[in-house]
Design a protein around this ligand. Structure first.
Ligand code: GDP
Length: 536
C-alpha cells in the first residue's frame, strides 16, 4: 500500500512519475465537510507532506501557522498550499481552496494548478453559492469534476433530486457510481453500480475506515428489503436516462461521476480515492503563450499560482507556491524567471508544515513546491530550466464582488501610495480599478473576498509606509463592458459606473443585479459580458 513519494529520487522517468500523480482540489461551500473529507482521505493514505499549513480550526489538526500576525489574531489561515499523499502507487496532491472568511481570489487561482476537482455537496443543502462560484472557474478551465454527496448519515434531500439539480443548475449530467440504500439519515448501505453489490454501512469509529463488507444482490435485498429495491430502481432510472459512466464525457467536463457518502464516518471515501486514481486525469502538457504544449519530460518548468507574503516585518518572508509543469525539480537548481529573465536559486525550496519547514528535494509534474525568500516572484510567473525560454499564460482575474476606494491616510506620502497600489495590483493582491472621473489619487480596490482588503491595507502600511483609508462602495455586481463607446450609458446611472482595470478591461459596476437588468432593458444595444465566477 505504501510506496512513498521519495521512492524514486534521481529517476529519469519523468513521464512515469507524472502519470502516477493526481493533483486536485475540493470545491465546496463552508461547512459541507471539506476539512473532514481531507482528514478521511488522509486516513487511507500515507501523508507525505503538507505545504503551507492549513486548517486554522483549533483543536482539529493542532497545527496553526504563526506566520502571519493576522492569522494569529483571527485564528484562521490565509495560507493555501498542498497536502501530499501516497495512495498505493499513486501520489496525490490535494491543493487547499481557502473558504470561510479567507475566501479570495487566491481560492480561484488554486484551480489553475489542478487537473481535476472534487465537488463536495452537503446532502441537505445541495449546490450552494461558493460551490457554484468555484464550479464556474472549473468550467472556464475545463476541469473534470467528481461529485461527492456528503452527510448521507443525516437527514437531507432526495438522491434523485440532488442529481437533477446538477443538470438543471449547472448543466452537468450525473453519472452515479454508487447509490445510497436508505434515505438520507437512514443510511443502510451503498449500491456499487459497477459491480452490483451493496456495501453495508458501518459507521467507522473515530474517523477510521472500516473494511468494506459487500453483499450480493440476493443478500442485500433480503437484508434491506424495500430500501434496497428503491435504491436499485432510482439508480436504474438515472442509468437508463444516459447516466452510465462515460470517461469521455467526464474528461470533457460535460458529465460528473457521482458518489454518495459520509466523510465524518469515513464511508464512501475510499471509493473516491479509487476513482481519482482510476479515472481522474494526471498532469498533461501545459500550453505556453505561443500555444505550444510543453512535453512533460521537457526540462523543468513551473508556474507560480500563489504568493504568500509574511506580514510580520521582522519576518520579511515570502513564499511562492509553484506547480511543476514539466521536468524534475531538484532543490538547489538555478532556474530562470521568465518574466524578468533573471536567475532564481531554489536552495530554499521547502514544504511547510505549521511552524516546521521541511525541505523539498525533488518534485515532478503535478507537484507543488513552496519557494521561500522568493521576493522576486509574482503570481503567474513562469520558472524554467535550460533553453529555450518558456512562458505560460498569466492567470486570469476573476469577478470581484467587493469594492472600496483607497486614499492615502497621509497626503504627504502620495508617491509611496501610488507605488504600493500599483504593486499590489500587479501582484494580484487586489484588482486596481481607475477612472478619469475618480482620478489617480482615488483608485478603487476590487476583491473577490473582503480579506484581500485587509491584506492590501496591511501591506500598504508596513511595506510601502503609506497607510490607507478605505471607503467601501455599495457595488455588488460587475460585468465586462465590451465596447468602450458605451461607457456613458453606464456612467449616466446613479447606481452604476465604469472603471478600468490595470489589465485594460472595462468593468461596469452595479449596486444590484436589478440595476443591471433595468439598464439593459432600457438600452438593448448595451453589451455587458459575464466575468468568470460571478454571481452567487
Ligand atoms: P468545511 O467547512 O467544509 O471544512 O467543513 P467541516 O469539515 O469543518 O465540517 C463541518 C461540519 O459538518 C462539522 O461539524 C463536521 O463534523 C460535519 N460533517 C462533515 N462531514 C459530515 C458527514 O459526513 N456527516 C455528518 N453528520 N456531519 C459531517
Amino acid at each position: 500500500m505504501k510506496s512513498g513519494i521519495a521512492a524514486r529520487p534521481g529517476s529519469a522517468d519523468v513521464s512515469g512519475e507524472a502519470e502516477r500523480r493526481r493533483t486536485f482540489a475540493v470545491i465546496s461551500h463552508p461547512d459541507a465537510g471539506k476539512s473532514t473529507l481531507t482528514e478521511a482521505l488522509a486516513v487511507h493514505a500515507e501523508v507525505i507532506a503538507e505545504a503551507g499549513a492549513v486548517h486554522g480550526k483549533s483543536g482539529r489538526r493542532g497545527v496553526t501557522s504563526d506566520w502571519l500576525e493576522m492569522e494569529r489574531a483571527r485564528g484562521i489561515s490565509i495560507t493555501s498550499a498542498a497536502l501530499q499523499f501516497a495512495y498505493g502507487d499513486t501520489v496525490i496532491n490535494l491543493l487547499d481552496t481557502p473558504g470561510h472568511a479567507d475566501f479570495s481570489e487566491d481560492t480561484y487561482r488554486v484551480l489553475s494548478a489542478v487537473d481535476s476537482a472534487v465537488m463536495l455537496v452537503d446532502a441537505a443543502k445541495g449546490l450552494e453559492p461558493q460551490t457554484l462560484k468555484l464550479f464556474d472557474v472549473c468550467r472556464y478551465r475545463g476541469i473534470p469534476v467528481i461529485t461527492f454527496i456528503n452527510k448521507w448519515d443525516r437527514p437531507g434531500r432526495d438522491a434523485l433530486a440532488l442529481c437533477d439539480e446538477l443538470i438543471d443548475r449547472i448543466g452537468l449530467a450525473a453519472m452515479p457510481l454508487t447509490w445510497p440504500v436508505g434515505p438520507a439519515g437512514q443510511l443502510r448501505g451503498m449500491l456499487d453500480l459497477a459491480e452490483g453489490n451493496t456495501i453495508r454501512y458501518q459507521p467507522a469509529a473515530g474517523g477510521g475506515a472500516a473494511p468494506d463488507l459487500r453483499l450480493d444482490p440476493v443478500r442485500a435485498e433480503a437484508e434491506f428489503g424495500e430500501d434496497w429495491r428503491r435504491a436499485r430502481e432510482e439508480a436504474d432510472l438515472l442509468l437508463a436516462a444516459g447516466g452510465d459512466f462515460d470517461l469521455t464525457r467526464f474528461t470533457a467536463a460535460t458529465a460528473t461521476p457521482v458518489l454518495f457518502g459520509a466523510a465524518v464516518r469515513n464511508f464512501g471515501v475510499r471509493r473516491l480515492l479509487d476513482l481519482l486514481v482510476g479515472v481522474a486525469p494526471g498532469p498533461a502538457p501545459r500550453f505556453d503563450t505561443e500555444e505550444r504544449a510543453r512535453p512533460l519530460d521537457a526540462p523543468f518548468s513551473a508556474f507560480v499560482f500563489k504568493v504568500q507574503t509574511g506580514m510580520d516585518p521582522a519576518h520579511r518572508d515570502q513564499v511562492a507556491f509553484a506547480r511543476v509543469c514539466s521536468g524534475v525539480f531538484e532543490r538547489g537548481m538555478v532556474v530562470t524567471n521568465a518574466t524578468t529573465r533573471r536567475p532564481f536559486a531554489t536552495k530554499y525550496a521547502q514544504q511547510l508544515f505549521g511552524q516546521q519547514r521541511s525541505t523539498v528535494d525533488i518534485a515532478f509534474p503535478g507537484d507543488v513546491v513552496g519557494l521561500v525568500n522568493a521576493t522576486a516572484l509574482r503570481v503567474g510567473d513562469t520558472l524554467y530550466a535550460g533553453k529555450p525560454p518558456v512562458r505560460f499564460p498569466g492567470l486570469p482575474s476573476f469577478a470581484p464582488a467587493h469594492f472600496a476606494v483607497a486614499r492615502p491616510a497621509d497626503l504627504g506620502r502620495a508617491k509611496q501610495f501610488r507605488k504600493g497600489v500599483e504593486k499590489l495590483g500587479a501582484e494580484g493582491v487586489v484588482q486596481v480599478l481607475r477612472s478619469d472621473r475618480r482620478g489617480e489619487a482615488a483608485p478603487v480596490l476590487a476583491a473577490v473576498g473582503p480579506m484581500q482588503f485587509e491584506v492590501a491595507a496591511h501591506r500598504m502600511e508596513h511595506e510601502f509606509t503609506s497607510p490607507i483609508r478605505l471607503e467601501h462602495l455599495q457595488y455588488r455586481a460587475a460585468r465586462r463592458l465590451a465596447d468602450p463607446a458605451q461607457r456613458a450609458l453606464v456612467d449616466a446611472g446613479r447606481r452604476s459606473e465604469v472603471l478600468t482595470r490595470l489589465d485594460g478591461t472595462d468593468l461596469a459596476l452595479f449596486v444590484e443585479e436589478m440595476d443591471l437588468r433595468l439598464l439593459c432593458r432600457g438600452n438593448p444595444e448595451l453589451v455587458l459580458e459575464p466575468l468568470v465566477a460571478e454571481g452567487g
